[in-house]
Design a protein. Structure first.
Length: 133
């Protein structure tokens, strides 16, 4: 798996970029597919956080979200691990020197390498900073 970052023109003010999880050849039946709808946002304090693809629904005057990517066990730790991986990939893509093959932040550009993706998967135990929602 790898993460692709896509910058949008006319995006909301605090949207940093969108992210897609791309499943590669070793992903079995998901090979060649991508899961879209991840977003990276900047909080008013300047921290970057990740939101999952979700659907909004209302219960009275309250607005809630149903995340499409969920833990089998129902634990928050699994979701935090995935969010930490996406943030790590984002930071790696910002630190890596640009090459003609990979320009991380052009409109619709692809932005992650397989090598950095595998390195980040080994560090999935990292914690994620506060996540509003």
């Amino acid at each position: 798996m790898r993460v692709v970052f896509v910058e949008r023109e006319s995006a909301p003010e605090r949207l940093v970029c969108e992210a897609e999880v791309v499943f590669e050849a070793e992903a079995g039946p998901l090979a060649g597919m991508k899961l879209v709808g991840f977003s990276l946002w900047r909080s008013p304090e300047g921290e970057v956080y990740v939101t999952f693809p979700s659907r909004a629904f209302g219960a009275g005057n309250e607005r809630r979200f149903f995340d499409y990517l969920r833990s089998v066990e129902g634990t928050a730790a699994d979701a935090k691990r995935v969010k930490a991986w996406i943030l790590d990939q984002f930071r790696c893509s910002r630190e890596a020197p640009e090459s003609p093959e990979r320009t991380p932040f052009e409109s619709g550009a692809r932005g992650s390498s397989r090598a950095s993706s595998r390195a980040a998967q080994e560090n999935l135990g990292e914690t994620v900073q506060g996540e509003p929602r």
